[in-house]
Design a protein around this ligand. Structure first.
Ligand code: UDP
Length: 320
């Protein structure tokens, strides 16, 4: 069984990934500075002897943990704020410098660790590297349409830099590196207040508050349930012979935001009204992954429908 570092392991996707890796029998070293992650997400793992938690910012030196963690076989780098919603304290809009630094310097520190430990490295990139795409669905070969200095640039450009330095280390130092571009993902353990559309709508609906659609609601997203995402991440991060692969992971089931609002309202039995608010700057109009490569390379495709995933997520927030 392997020894695995998960940076950002106390975040939403990171904590699901830690649980899956522990269930699969691996030892997990979870590193997180908890600015947007939450220790509550990993409470169930803290007593597990195969799990260790380090409250560390990967943007700083990793010297304090390099000796303590011993041999490492795999590194998953998911450490970054990821919500674009300026109304949420936890968004990358409110942590602009931290977001740039964690994806650049933080990623480089982990790449140095991967080099030293001869570990396989997976960088968690994002569909945001495609910006407001002019092509749909988005294939991995598309270079994107990103505003280099808009409010979202702190995330989009940081992730693009993260991809660049990951591949620079692969080319210059021969490390085994892979890149995943994660599309919209949802499910239990999302932060209630992170402002992402699914959590916002579910909680507004459950609390009888207005459901806030930004813009006219015709913009589209494609939502992947977290268990599907984690299955794809583990395959891409661990399977042998995948160095140099860049793979989209997401659910190609594209819906518009108005439909998401209506569906959540209906499924929660809510009497909330649907209201329209201003569209944030540079909000992409469409987003849908082309997952041909994930199917071919990983034998992966999503198994959980939007309706089933929403049911489980609504249940989670009802009991919150
Ligand atoms: N959105 C919305 N109401 C909200 C939160 C988000 O209409 O309360 C919209 C947002 O403008 C975007 C889409 O839902 O068009 C997805 O937003 P999210 O923040 O979840 O992630 P993004 O895909 O934009 O990174």
């Amino acid at each position: 069984m392997a020894r695995i570092v998960v940076a950002g392991g106390a975040g939403f996707i990171g904590s699901h990934l830690c649980r899956k890796l522990i269930n699969d029998g691996h030892s997990v070293f979870c590193v997180d500075n908890l600015i947007t992650g939450d220790k509550k997400n990993i409470t169930s793992l803290l007593d597990n002897p195969a799990f260790s938690f380090f409250n560390i910012d990967i943007s700083n030196s990793l010297d304090t943990i390099t000796q303590r963690i011993g041999d490492i076989n795999y590194i998953f780098n998911l450490a970054s704020p990821a919500s674009p919603n300026k109304n949420s304290e936890k968004s990358y809009i409110n942590y602009p410098i931290e977001t740039l630094v964690v994806n650049s310097k933080g990623t480089q520190n982990l790449l140095d660790l991967a080099r030293e430990k001869k570990a396989v490295f997976l960088f968690a990139s994002t569909s945001e590297v495609y910006g407001d795409p002019k092509e749909s669905p988005q294939k991995e070969t598309y270079f994107g349409n990103v505003n280099p200095n808009g409010v979202r640039s702190v995330y989009d450009e940081a992730k693009r830099y993260g991809e660049a330095i990951t591949f620079a280390y692969m080319r210059k130092y021969g490390i085994d590196a892979r890149i995943v571009r994660i599309f919209n993902t949802y499910g239990p353990f999302m932060q209630k207040d992170d402002g992402r559309v699914v959590t916002a709508f579910i909680n507004q609906a459950l609390e009888g508050l207005p459901i806030t659609i930004y813009g006219d609601g015709k913009q589209t997203r494609s939502f992947c349930f977290v268990s599907d995402m984690v299955e794809g991440l583990v395959r891409l991060g661990i399977q042998a012979g995948l160095s140099g692969q860049i793979v989209n992971l997401g659910n190609p089931d594209e819906r518009n935001i108005f439909e998401i609002a209506e569906r959540i309202k209906e499924m929660t039995g809510s009497s909330s009204e649907i209201v329209f608010e201003e569209l944030p700057e540079d909000d992409p109009k469409i987003r849908k992954p082309d997952i041909t490569r994930a199917k071919e390379v990983l034998g992966w495709e999503p198994a959980v429908s939007l309706e089933e995933g929403l049911k489980q997520t609504i249940e989670y927030f009802r009991n919150f």
